[in-house]
Unconditional design. Structure first.
Length: 292
């Protein structure tokens, strides 16, 4: 067994980040009531390991049943920094919401960072499998997709890479994942990434404008306003609302006396938050989960 400590940024808060949305329970992530976030990951040397992350109050404690070299520990540390969005500067966001007392809980709780996958590909695949379906079905589809990745001798399944998914016949892929119409979109996305036709990791580059990234997302099959907006949040870009039925229901109940509102009305409500409006609406959605 290996155990080591990772020091997060000074303004980092563990649980609000882990519980920022449902990714924490989508394979190969898992989360338990004790507050441990776990992930199965294929390392660069080919070894597949499960690592656990928990907050000690004085840093994050990382543990694994595997005996990890120093180099492997460094790789896992970099992966954790990525998935917990260490590099996201929330100072401008917290400065903005101080003018809105309704949202003073956000800074108090240290909320605002998003849990993300190590790769943009994984986030895209999972986001696609949230479209026009229930959360229960999303969890089932992602679990079946995760079984198509490399497997360790102990039976641990890493998330498949684009080449592994592209290698499937589209119909055979859908027999495995049972994703309906999304299966064809998932296969095409994987094939484009695997062939080099589409460089989705480049979308993390801050030199690219949000307008460019959003347009690129909207060009992907299956990525309408909701899916593209949700992906923007995972890329650390918050100028799109990414409204879905959950957002609309939240708004009706919290701000509109239980009455349905148009997307235009919802957009007008969040307009004062400018480039951060997509994060504010999501904080509204996740408020009870984060504060519980």
């Amino acid at each position: 067994m290996t155990q080591f400590t990772l020091t997060p940024p000074p303004d980092f808060h563990y649980l609000p980040t882990v519980l920022s949305h449902g990714w924490c329970v989508l394979h190969p992530f898992s989360y338990d009531e004790a507050g441990t976030l776990s992930r199965v990951q294929k390392l660069r040397d080919g070894q597949i390991v499960r690592f656990d992350v928990r907050d000690s109050g004085n840093g994050l404690i990382i543990s694994s049943e595997a005996k990890l070299s120093r180099k492997q520990q460094q790789e896992i540390s970099a992966t954790i920094a990525r998935i917990l969005s260490f590099d996201h500067d929330l100072t401008p966001f917290h400065d903005l919401i101080r003018a809105h007392p309704t949202y003073d809980w956000i800074e108090t709780a240290g909320a605002g960072r998003m849990l993300v996958s190590p790769t943009v590909w994984e986030d895209l695949a999972k986001t696609l499998l949230t479209t026009n379906t229930t959360w229960t079905m999303t969890r089932s589809m992602v679990a079946r997709l995760a079984l198509l990745g490399d497997t360790s001798p102990e039976g641990l399944h890493a998330f498949p890479d684009p080449a592994q998914i592209a290698a499937f016949d589209p119909e055979a892929l859908n027999q495995q994942v049972r994703a309906g119409y999304r299966g064809a979109y998932l296969h095409e996305l994987a094939a484009r990434i695997a062939s080099g036709d589409l460089d989705v990791e480049a979308w993390r580059d801050p030199a690219l404008s949000s307008v460019e990234v959003y347009k690129a997302l909207k060009r992907l099959k299956g990525f309408g306003d909701y899916a593209a907006g949700a992906m923007m949040r995972l890329l650390g870009r918050f100028d799109q609302l990414g409204l879905d039925s959950v957002c609309r229901t939240m708004y009706a109940q919290r701000y509109n006396s239980g009455n349905a509102a148009t997307d235009r009305e919802i957009a007008a409500f969040y307009e004062p938050f400018g480039a951060w409006r997509g994060l504010v609406v999501w904080m509204d959605v996740m408020r009870e989960d984060i504060l519980s």
